[in-house]
Design a protein. Structure first.
Length: 151
């Protein structure tokens, strides 16, 4: 299976959902003005699948070069985390790496990580993409025995 990219677009932001590794992995890339509602919509699209037929093993969340602002509230983070917790029983072997380059992104990612703790997913936050990719490859292989390319 090749890579497929879909976008959840609003006037000010685009979250691109790129399916990789035969739909076993997803790379979420944001650009423009990131709002919680767009992230929630991207999550809904991502989770609208049969996890038995199409298992989800990993998610990489990164900012695109075009990201101009982050308008995500604590309530948005809680809503996003609730979506993740609800789907974790259907997709228990997911590993999530978040790349956070600045203090705000890191703080929001840590808040989300605290909410989803206990859901069974492995999560980590990185400042460096290469470290996030290495971690995902190791985690997915350790949890599932599957080697992923990620790109």
């Amino acid at each position: 299976m090749g890579e497929v990219a879909k976008s959840t677009e609003g006037r000010a932001v685009t979250i691109t959902i790129k399916y990789v590794d035969g739909w076993k992995g997803v790379i979420l890339t944001s650009s423009g003005r990131l709002k919680g509602a767009e992230f929630t919509a991207a999550n809904k699209e991502l989770f609208a699948r049969d996890f038995t037929a199409e298992p989800l093993l990993y998610v990489l969340i990164e900012r695109g070069d075009e990201l101009t602002a982050i308008d995500v509230t604590a309530d948005d983070v809680r809503d996003i985390a609730q979506q993740d917790i609800e789907v974790s029983s259907k997709a228990p072997n997911v590993s999530v790496a978040v790349i956070a380059h600045d203090t705000l992104s890191y703080g929001l990612a840590r808040m989300w990580q605290a909410y989803v703790d206990g859901a069974g997913w492995r999560t980590a936050i990185f400042q460096d993409r290469a470290a996030a990719v290495d971690w995902l490859r190791t985690e997915v292989a350790k949890r599932t025995g599957i080697a992923i390319a990620l790109e």
